[in-house]
Design a protein around this ligand. Structure first.
Ligand code: SF4
Ligand code: SF4
Length: 360
C-alpha cells in the first residue's frame, strides 16, 4: 500500500480508501465488517461514510467495523460529513454520529456537498466555520474538510478561501477536464485531496471500449481507472464504494502491481480523453424529487448513451429508453423548467435542455 501525507495535517493516509455508500447488503453487518477488515489488512486506513448513505445504516455498520479494527489493532481514520450548518443542528448530528460510529472523535469531518457558491455563502452565514473550529477545539473532530461537486473556477474559489485542511470531490477518467482548477488550489493551499466516484457511477466499466485510452497491457478497465487516479501526485486518497469483498480484493491487487506513470506520461493519456465525456450523468440521484414527477436520473441515463455513442450509431437515446421499459419520451415533456434539479445536479448538467431534446 502507498501512503501519502494528507495536506499539512501530518497524517499519512492510504492511497486507496474505503467508501461506505455502496454495500451490496448493508443489513448484513457481518459481511460489511469482513469487507472493512479485509481492506484494513491490505493496508487501507481511510474509511469514509455519511449520515445519508442508506439512511444512517452505513454509519451504524461502520461503528461495528471500526470496533473490529480496534480489536485487531488495525489503524484507521474515520471520515464522515454533515449537511447541517447551524451550531445546534451540527451538535445534534455529531452527537448521534459519534454514537453510531462508536468513537470519541471524527478524524476528517466534512462540510457536505457544496453544489453552488450561494449555498456555501448561506452555510457560512449560519456560522458553520466557527462551529467546526469549536468542535476541533473540543476534540470532537480532528480535521476540517469540505466535500464539493463544484467544477472549474468555482471549486478553485471555494478552496482558495483557505478555510479547510482537505477536500473531497468527484474525479474520474471522464471529468479530467473540469477539475484541473481544483488541483491548482490543492497545490497552492497544500490541501489533502480525496477523490470519490472513480468509476463514474459505473459508466466507465460499462463502456470499456471508450475508456481503452487509459488501459495498459494486462489491465482491466476497473484497474486502469483506479491507477490513473493514483498517478496524480496531488491525490491523497481514492475512495471506492465497495459492494462486495471481491471488489475489495480486486482493488488491493490493483495496488500491488501498480507502477506509477511519470507526469509526462499522465499528461499524454489525459489528453486522449474525449471532450464529449464531460457532462455525463453519474446516476447519483441528487436531482430526484422533481415536483412535476419527471424521472430525471433515468432520463439522464438515457441521454448518456448519446454522449457515449459510437460514430454512426442511430438513436442511442431511443435505444436506452427501450430498456427502461417504464419510461417514455413524454415523461421528459412534463418538465416545467422550475430549475430545482439543475441547482442540485452534482455534474452541472443542463437537464432542462436535455429533457427538451428527449421530449422531441
Ligand atoms: S426543472 Fe423540470 S425536471 Fe427539473 S425539477 Fe423542475 S420540473 Fe422537474
Ligand atoms: S442529472 Fe446530475 S444530479 Fe441527477 S443523477 Fe445525473 S449527475 Fe446526479
Amino acid at each position: 500500500m502507498i501512503y501519502r501525507e494528507y495536506g499539512q495535517t501530518g497524517e499519512k493516509v492510504s492511497l486507496l480508501g474505503f467508501g461506505g455508500m455502496r454495500f451490496k447488503n448493508v443489513d448484513d453487518h457481518d459481511e460489511c465488517v469482513r469487507m472493512m477488515v479485509a481492506a484494513a489488512e491490505g493496508g487501507v486506513n481511510y474509511f469514509d461514510t455519511a449520515p445519508g448513505y442508506f439512511g444512517t445504516k452505513s454509519e451504524t455498520v461502520f461503528g461495528k467495523g471500526l470496533a473490529e479494527l480496534r480489536r485487531r489493532n488495525l489503524p484507521y481514520f474515520a471520515a464522515t460529513k454533515t449537511f447541517e450548518s447551524s451550531e445546534a443542528g451540527i451538535r445534534k448530528e455529531i452527537e448521534a454520529q459519534l454514537k453510531r460510529l462508536n468513537i470519541p472523535a471524527i478524524d476528517f469531518y466534512h462540510i457536505w456537498c457544496i453544489t453552488d457558491l450561494n449555498n456555501w455563502k448561506e452555510r457560512k452565514n449560519n456560522g458553520i466555520l466557527q462551529t467546526f473550529k469549536k468542535l476541533k477545539d473540543e476534540k470532537l473532530i480532528r480535521h476540517i474538510c469540505i466535500s464539493s461537486h463544484l467544477i472549474k473556477n468555482e471549486i478553485k474559489e471555494l478552496l482558495m478561501e483557505g478555510a479547510f485542511e482537505g477536500v473531497l470531490f468527484g474525479y474520474s477518467a471522464y471529468n479530467f477536464n473540469t477539475r484541473q482548477e481544483a488541483f491548482d488550489a490543492i497545490k497552492e493551499k497544500k490541501l489533502g485531496a480525496v477523490v470519490m466516484n472513480p468509476m463514474g457511477g459505473g459508466v466507465i466499466p460499462q463502456h470499456p471500449e471508450l475508456f481503452g485510452f487509459m488501459r495498459r497491457e494486462g489491465e482491466s478497465t476497473v484497474v486502469a481507472a483506479l491507477r490513473i487516479l493514483w498517478d496524480h501526485p496531488e491525490i491523497t486518497n481514492t475512495l471506492v464504494g465497495f459492494e462486495t469483498i471481491e471488489q475489495v480484493k480486486e482493488a488491493l491487487q490493483a495496488m500491488e502491481g501498480y507502477k506509477p506513470r511519470t507526469s509526462a506520461e499522465l499528461a499524454e493519456v489525459k489528453a486522449k480523453a474525449p471532450a464529449s465525456f464531460e457532462g455525463i450523468c453519474t446516476g447519483c440521484g441528487y436531482c430526484a424529487g422533481c415536483p412535476a414527477g419527471v424521472p430525471i436520473p433515468q432520463l439522464m441515463d438515457a441521454y448518456n448513451q448519446k454522449l457515449l455513442a459510437k460514430p454512426g450509431e442511430k438513436d442511442p437515446i431511443g435505444d436506452r429508453l427501450y430498456w427502461h421499459w417504464d419510461l417514455e419520451r413524454a415523461d421528459a415533456a412534463k418538465c416545467t423548467a422550475c430549475g430545482q434539479c439543475e441547482k442540485a445536479c452534482t455534474q452541472h448538467i443542463d437537464i432542462i435542455k436535455r429533457l427538451k431534446e428527449i421530449a422531441g
